[in-house]
Design a protein around this ligand. Structure first.
Ligand code: FES
Length: 147
């Protein structure tokens, strides 16, 4: 049911932990399943993400997607990091079962929340970044209603 990459990142998650005095921290949850993800970013003066760590209290797919998401944003600029969508994370993991797609949304939203926090702390505006939701389940409801 899960790809080898998902199993690998679930069993050996990369970049677990915290960054002290992080440039930006983002926490998001999903009220439906109760899972929570927190992402820490260390961003240098050139707006390049030097380090990224995460803590996830959630299912295996949420752990695997946060692990992969942190790997994908490391070394990227802020603008490039915005392109690390949940789809990009899923592709990098060779896919997720349909019922687990929402877990990858936590990773995307947590990165956005951490970038938002960084922008607020530095009084800057990041082009293309919308104010993140703290509960991704809100968005899911809307999507479900469209069908
Ligand atoms: Fe909630 Fe996966 S079941 S994030």
């Amino acid at each position: 049911m899960y790809s080898d990459k998902v199993m690998d990142h679930f069993q050996n998650p990369r970049n677990v932990g915290e960054i002290e005095d992080a440039s930006g921290v983002g926490t998001v949850g999903n009220a439906k399943c109760g899972d929570i993800m927190r992402i820490y970013l260390d961003i240098d003066d050139n707006q390049v993400i030097q380090d990224c760590k995460f803590k996830t209290f959630g299912c295996g797919a949420a752990v695997a997607t946060s692990s992969m998401a942190t790997e994908l944003v490391k070394g990227k600029t802020i603008q490039e990091a915005l392109e690390v969508t949940n789809k990009a994370v899923m592709e990098a993991l060779d896919g997720l079962p349909p019922v687990k797609v929402h877990c990858s949304l936590l990773a995307e939203e947590a990165i956005h929340a951490a970038l938002w926090d960084y922008a607020e702390k530095n009084h800057i505006k990041i082009e293309g970044l919308q104010k993140p939701k703290s509960d991704i389940h809100e968005g899911e409801e809307e999507e479900e209603e469209e069908y």
